[in-house]
Each structure stands twice: as structure tokens, then as C-alpha cells.
Write a protein of this length. Structure first.
Lengths: 406, 407
């Protein structure tokens, strides 16, 4: 975790205990209606205040404390509402955005001097963060989008909320990993809103491992290791999609064989209780190769990968040897994997955005932003676990906690 | 075995190969055009107005300058790549062959960048003269994405070459060139399915003409398709593609819909059927073997200093060597294709017995694409894969005289 991240002026905190009331979960969206209306009205006022704040910050170099407080309170309230609707927290939030009043809370540093150039062009500078936020939290902006009123993409937050709704309805608890994935999206959303509305000039940080996400990932047979080489070759960045075409052809051919291998492995695992070693190794190698290829095309890594799926690539997947698998879980694997595939779709939305901005950044500064690279690595870690689950390399369910490694 | 004996054996093998090469080339050089056919020397001004000749000359002058500058930029870019491309090996974690593939693709990428301004200039010129309707961005995107197909092709080529280099060392070309020609055969076989925006010919008259001409030229059943290109260009064109069961004639729609009279379309159709009747695609592939073997050998020699094509770092140099050799060989290669085109012209004249239509078709073909009917010799040698328009008209006149003499 880099030092800068700890002192971001906009920090999310969580004291959520994962318990959920089934009754309020069932009616959650309807219960939130008054909040959504109030959010809309408050948002109109914030729109005007934001213009005033922009002019004041441009002229005075710092956001006036009254405007800062008003807008910060709005962002906090919006986060409370988004947390409530997305089941990231249980209690019905207050209507004032009071600090410390809700289990999921946002802390803001006091107003600080802001660069006038960055202030002047804030709306343009915020566009990449707004788009990434849209991939994380759905909607089309860092503001209304998080509460689901902005329309546009669904986003990681709402896919996770949808899955969490079912889990909470049946068990009375929000799965911890889904809650943590939501926290990641909410933190990024709060930072994006704060950047756009001039609460801070610090750019939002997409690193998934920043607080309040827990410090450790639960042990899992499928792990990912990442070398943080952020250098990118402009030439290969420009032609990245085309350079990957031979890999896509090879991957397609390999996928056909892998599909048959997976079916074979399913039958054997169902009868024997353990995946056959040769098929396990073959499928592991296939999944490792596919991770290398996608990491390359999305610019999460720099070097051109090999065609054999051997270990040693900057973003690599490690697979534990075959272990005993529950026959029920094996038999119904194709059904059981569906929720994880849904969430994987949300994670890939983030990854796609990472790839697009990584392409532009790589082309101009020959570097991949660290936080984008780490957001991509998280997507690959989760996807590798989902695919491993699907291809019977493990019966351990994929872990959506926004962390890269244990 | 002693060194002098080995040298003598190598020399003898080389001599045998050279003799076989010459025999095969002589066989392939032969065409059905009568060897005693004397082409009359005609003046372009007898067939085209002075205004047209001036316009065509000016139009092609720009394209020639653009071509020459593009070739200079190409060689310069590849020289730079051959000298410094090795550095890009650090961008790969793909092992020996994989790194070779990356360097091959990056070489093409650099070539694309170097050629882009010249390509755009050509589009500008063609748009200015109404030959092309394509937008600059559309052209750039199309050329960028078609680079993907080129990347695939070069990957396949390098994988074959480096694979054989792993087995045979610097003698990879002995097996590599035939293997590559095998790939070319496969591509020729599937090429009809790679052409976009194609549909079967719907005009009953066109289909009837195709059936009749195919019968006359001894081809049997033949598919005739139409490619929709009129949105991008006004230039007319046609091609014979495919092998065996996939063979067919594709006509650009810029020839049809009343743009060319039926008699002239018949000539074009008969010309393309002539290519099929005389197995020109197979003969082209045979020429590819004949040119490919010495070119492969010379590339192997050129890359020896970098460890040969076993080593990925030799790939940038191999690309440069290939492009230079191709430029050197192109006059000879073009001469072979011109022979086949002349044979197809002759076949069309014999099938249609309509020299007047052939003459006016060539005149119209020239006018619609602003072609210089009698370009400079160096240009024709370097880029002319068809006889010049005047040479084609001369053949028509020679045929007409023969026809008249025969009564």
C-alpha cells in the first residue's frame, strides 16, 4: 500500500457488522424513495453551490469553508444513501449527512490551497474518474449515479448489491466479500464526487486495497502475484489490440480443447471426488495463459506473453494441486457459478475502463497509473478464481474482496 | 568428408538446383499467346485525346512521386528498425519464437506508421480526381484494422520460419519456403470467403454470358459474384480467385449497372475466366516457390551475423532484407504476372471474337481510373503487374489483323 493513499483527503470508514434486517432488505429500494427525492432536491442546490465554489476557488485559491462544508455534507449523505440502497449498511440513514451518524461514513480534510489550473479545468480533468466511477458504481456520473438515479451502466456496486439482496434476504447477513466490494466502489465514488465538486484537488485513487477494505484476503487455492512494473512501451501500447490478435486466435483454439477437458474433468471429479491431475494441470495452464493474454491486452502488464501459459509472467496465477471436492458442488457447478459470473461481469466493466485509460496514459506518459494497474490486477485475481471454480480446479467459491493477494 | 569435397558437393547441388530452376521457369514462362504474334507499335494519341493524356500523365506523376517517397520512407524505417529493433526484445516475455512474432508485428507496425502519410496523400489525390470517395479517417481506420490480418500473417510466417530454423538452423529456407507456399495455397483456396460485401451476380444477361464464356474457354461451371465497392471508388476492377471448388470470378459493381456496355463487360469476364482456364493462380504459386527459394536463401545469409532466424533479434534485419529483396525481384515478378495477364487477354479475344469491344473496354478502363496508357518503362517494370493499356490495345489490333487475314 503506498504512503500517499493513507492520507487521501477523502476517506471512507466502516463499522458495519454485516447483520441485515430481512424486512428492510426486501423493501430496501422502496424504503429509499424519500431519500432519493431528498437527494435530488439537495443535488439541485449543490449544483448551484458547486458553480459558486468553482468561481471562489478559482479566484481565492481555496474553497470557502461554508461551501466546502455544505458540499461535503451532501457527498457524505449521498454515500449514506448509496450504502443503504446497496446493502453495504443496514440502518436507515438520517437526512442531514451528519458526520459519524452512519456505519459507512466519509471523512473530509479541511479546505486546502488548490492549483488554479486544476480548478479551472476540473470538469474536463474529472472525466476519466467519472467514467471509472460509472463502471464501479453504475450510472453516468460521480454524483447521482451512485444512488442509481443516473442511468447508464450497472456497475460493480449494483451487481454486488443485487447478489447481496438475495443472500441477505435468506440469511439475514450481507456476505462480507460483497460488502467489501461495495466499500471499494463507494470510496471511489466519494473521492470522485469530492474531486469534481472541488472538496479536494487530489485525484481519486482506484487502488482496491485502501481502507476500509480489510487488510487480508482469506486463504484460497488460487492466488495471483503481481510485479509492479509500471513502465509501458508506447509503440506496443498503440498497437496493443492488434498485437494480441495472434494470442486471441491461439486462445480460441485452446479454449475449444479446454472446454472438452473441463467436461471430462467434471465427470471424473463427480465420480472420483478429485479432478484428474493431468486435466487439472492442463486447465490450470490454460487459465494462466488466458490471464496473461487479457492482462497484456488491458495494459495491466507490459511484456508480450508467451503462448504456453508457463509461470513467470509479471501477472501470474498460482494453482494449488488437485484437492478433494464436494460432489454436490461439483454436480451443480454450472448453476453455482452463476452469481460469481455476474459479479465477474461487474469487475470486468472496471477492467475495461482501466484498459481504455491505461491506453491513453501509456501512450502519453509511457507509464500505467499504479492505482489503475492494481484495480486491473484485482479484476484478474477475481476472474481467475471464478474461472478456476467453473473449470473445477477448486470447489472454493471465488472471493470478491477487493484485494489482490493474501 | 574433407572441406574441398564438401564445397564441391555444395557447388554441384547448387548447379543442379539452378538448372532445375531454369527449367521450371522456362516451363512456367510459356503461354498460349502465339509466339509469332507481332504487336504493332501504336501511338497513344491515336486512341486518347491530348487532353486526357495530359491529365493522366499529371495524375500518375503524383502517384509515382508518392510511391518513390513511400519506398524511401519504408526502407529508412526498416533500416532504423534493423539497427535498433533489438531493443524491443525487452517488451516480450514470450520466449524465442514468441519474441520473434512480437518483433515481426512491431516491424509491420513501424512500416504502417512510416507509410501512413503517403497513403493519406494518395487518398487525397484520388479524392481530388474523383477516383475515390473514401474519407481520410475511414481509410486510416480501415488500414489500421487490416493491419491485424497482416499481423496474423506475419506471425504464421515467422512461426514457420523460426520453427524450421530450430530444426535446420540456417537451412530453414529449404523446408520453410515450401511450407509457406503451402500456407499461400490454403489462403488462395479460402480467399473468396475473405472478400467482403460480395453477392452472387443477379443480372440474367451477365450470368448467361458467364456460362457461355466459361464453356468456350473450357472451364465448365463457374460462380460469378459481384463486389459492392461503388461507395468507396469509381475505379473498375475484376478478379479471378479461389482454387478448385472455391474458384470464381468477382466483378466490382463499378463495371456494372450500365457503367460499362455489356460487350465490354463480356471482355472483362472472358479475361478473368481466361485466368482460371490457364491455371494462373496455380502458376502464380509455382512462381512463388521459384522466387521464394533464392529469397529465403539470401535472407538466411543476411541474418547469419545475428545468429540466423533461430534468434528473434534477427527478425528486424530479416524484414529489411525481405523488403529490399522484394524490391529487387519485383521487375522479374511483374514480368511473370504480365505474361499471364497477356495470356488472359488473348484468351478473352479468342472467346469473344470482339476486338472492337476489347479496344473500347481498355480505353474506358484507362479513362475511369485516370491510368496513363503508356507509362515510363521504369515505372512499368517496378509496379506494372499488367501490360500497359497501349500494350493491351496493341494485342487487340494484332488479333484483329489476324482475324482479318484469316477471313
Amino acid at each position: 500500500m503506498h504512503a500517499e493513499a493513507h492520507d487521501h483527503p477523502v476517506r471512507l470508514s466502516s463499522s458495519d457488522d454485516l447483520r441485515r434486517s430481512r424486512l428492510t432488505v426486501f423493501f430496501r429500494l422502496l424504503l429509499a424513495i424519500p431519500h432519493l427525492i431528498w437527494l435530488l432536491l439537495w443535488g439541485l442546490a449543490v449544483f448551484l453551490m458547486a458553480i459558486a465554489n468553482w468561481l471562489a476557488t478559482l479566484l481565492g485559491g481555496t474553497s470557502p469553508s461554508s461551501l466546502h462544508e455544505f458540499i461535503a455534507r451532501y457527498i457524505r449523505y449521498e454515500t449514506h444513501v448509496a450504502a443503504y440502497v446497496s446493502l453495504t449498511a443496514n440502518p436507515f440513514p438520517g437526512f442531514t449527512g451528519e458526520p459519524g451518524s452512519y456505519p459507512i461514513d466519509v471523512e473530509f480534510a479541511p479546505p486546502a490551497i488548490q492549483n488554479r489550473w486544476k480548478t479551472g479545468f476540473r470538469l474536463i480533468l474529472a472525466i476519466p474518474a467519472l467514467i471509472l466511477n460509472s463502471a464501479m458504481s453504475g450510472g453516468s456520473s460521480g454524483g447521482g449515479g451512485r444512488s442509481g438515479s443516473g442511468g447508464g451502466s450497472v456497475g460493480l456496486l449494483w451487481v454486488s448489491a443485487f447478489l447481496g439482496w438475495w443472500a441477505a434476504l435468506f440469511t439475514g447477513r450481507m456476505p462480507e466479500q460483497l460488502r467489501d466490494a461495495n466499500l471499494y466502489a463507494l470510496r471511489y465514488g466519494a473521492q470522485t464526487g469530492s474531486y469534481l465538486l472541488l472538496i479536494t484537488e487530489r485525484y481519486p485513487d482506484a487502488d482496491p486495497e485502501l481502507p476500509p477494505v480489510p487488510g487480508q484476503l482469506r486463504p484460497h487455492p488460487i492466488t495471483v502475484s503481481v510485479e509492479e512494473d509500471l513502465r509501458r512501451s508506447r509503440l506496443t501500447v498503440f498497437f496493443r489490440l492488434l498485437l494480441t490478435i495472434p494470442h486471441f486466435v491461439w486462445l480460441t483454439l485452446w479454449s475449444i480443447v479446454a472446454l472438452f477437458a473441463a467436461v471430462g474433468s467434471w465427470f471424473v471429479t463427480l465420480f472420483r471426488g478429485t479432478a484428474p491431475d493431468p486435466l487439472h494441470r492442463f486447465l490450470a495452464r490454460f487459465l494462466r495463459y488466458s490471464t496473461h493474454v487479457y492482462a497484456y491486452v488491458t495494459l495491466v502488464t507490459n511484456p508480450f506473453p508467451g503462448f504456453t501459459g508457463l509461470e513467470g509472467y509479471p501477472l501470474d496465477v498460482q494453482f494449488a494441486p488437485p484437492e478433494r471436492q464436494n460432489r454436490w458442488k461439483t454436480g451443480f457447478r454450472i448453476v453455482l457459478v452463476v452469481p460469481a459470473l455476474f459479479l465477474s461481469g461487474g469487475v470486468w466493466g472496471v477492467l475495461l475502463t482501466v484498459a481504455i485509460f491505461g491506453w491513453f496514459t501509456g501512450l502519453f506518459v509511457a507509464r500505467m497509473p499504479r492505482d489503475l494497474m492494481r484495480a486491473g490486477a484485482y479484476a484478474f485475481r477475481y476472474t481467475a478464481q471464478v474461472n478456476s471454480y467453473l473449470f473445477l480446479l477448486t470447489d472454493r467459491y471465488p472471493d470478491a474482496t477487493p484485494r489482490i493477494s493474501e | 568428408m574433407s572441406v574441398p569435397l564438401r564445397r564441391a558437393l555444395a557447388l554441384a547441388a547448387f548447379a543442379v538446383l539452378a538448372v532445375l530452376w531454369v527449367l521450371a521457369a522456362t516451363r512456367l514462362w510459356r503461354t498460349k499467346v502465339p509466339s509469332d504474334l507481332k504487336l504493332p507499335h501504336l501511338q497513344a494519341s491515336s486512341y486518347f485525346t491530348p487532353a486526357y493524356l495530359r491529365r493522366a500523365s499529371s495524375y500518375e506523376r503524383f502517384l509515382r512521386i508518392d510511391f518513390v517517397l513511400a519506398q524511401i520512407a519504408l526502407i529508412a524505417a526498416l533500416v532504423g528498425y534493423a539497427l535498433r529493433g533489438e531493443r524491443l526484445m525487452r517488451e516480450s516475455a514470450a520466449g524465442r519464437v514468441g519474441t520473434g512474432l512480437l518483433l515481426g508485428m512491431l516491424g509491420l507496425a513501424i512500416v504502417w506508421i512510416a507509410q501512413l502519410p503517403f497513403g493519406l496523400a494518395e487518398v487525397w489525390w484520388e479524392r481530388r480526381h474523383g477516383v475515390s470517395h473514401q474519407g481520410y479517417l475511414s481509410w486510416a481506420f480501415e488500414s489500421f484494422f487490416s493491419l491485424g490480418g497482416e499481423f496474423l500473417f506475419i506471425c504464421l510466417t515467422i512461426a514457420i520460419v523460426m520453427g524450421f530454423a530450430g530444426l535446420l538452423g540456417n537451412r530453414w529456407w529449404i523446408a520453410g519456403v515450401p511450407a509457406l507456399v503451402g500456407v499461400a495455397v490454403l489462403i488462395a483456396f479460402i480467399s473468396p470467403f475473405l472478400v467482403g460485401q460480395v453477392h452472387a451476380a443477379r443480372d440474367p444477361a451477365l450470368r448467361a454470358d458467364a456460362r457461355q464464356l466459361a464453356r468456350v474457354e473450357g472451364v465448365g461451371h463457374l460462380k460469378v459474384e459481384v463486389e459492392d465497392v461503388h461507395r468507396f471508388t469509381t475505379a473498375p476492377n475484376a478478379e479471378a480467385v479461389g482454387l478448385g471448388p472455391t474458384r470464381r470470378v468477382i466483378l466490382w459493381d463499378t463495371l456494372l449497372g450500365g457503367r460499362f456496355p455489356r460487350r465490354e463487360v463480356r471482355v472483362v469476364l472472358a479475361h478473368e475466366i481466361g485466368h482460371i482456364a490457364h491455371d494462373h493462380i496455380w502458376r502464380g504459386l509455382a512462381w512463388l516457390v521459384l522466387f521464394g527459394l533464392p529469397v529465403g536463401f539470401l535472407i538466411a545469409m543476411a541474418t547469419r551475423g545475428r545468429g540466423g532466424l533461430y534468434e528473434p533479434r534477427a527478425v528486424p534485419l530479416a524484414l529489411l532484407a525481405f523488403v529490399v529483396l522484394q524490391l529487387v525481384v519485383s521487375p522479374a515478378q511483374n514480368a511473370t504476372t504480365r505474361r499471364m495477364e497477356a495470356e488472359a487477354d488473348w484468351s478473352a479475344l479468342r472467346a469473344t471474337h470482339d476486338p472492337a469491344a476489347a479496344r473500347s473496354a481498355f480505353q474506358r478502363l484507362a479513362r475511369t481510373s485516370h491510368a496513363d496508357p503508356d507509362p515510363p518503362g521504369w515505372w512499368q517494370a517496378l509496379t506494372g503487374d499488367h501490360p500497359t493499356i497501349m500494350q493491351r490495345i496493341e494485342m487487340v489490333e494484332a488479333y484483329a489483323r489476324r482475324q482479318a487475314a484469316a477471313g
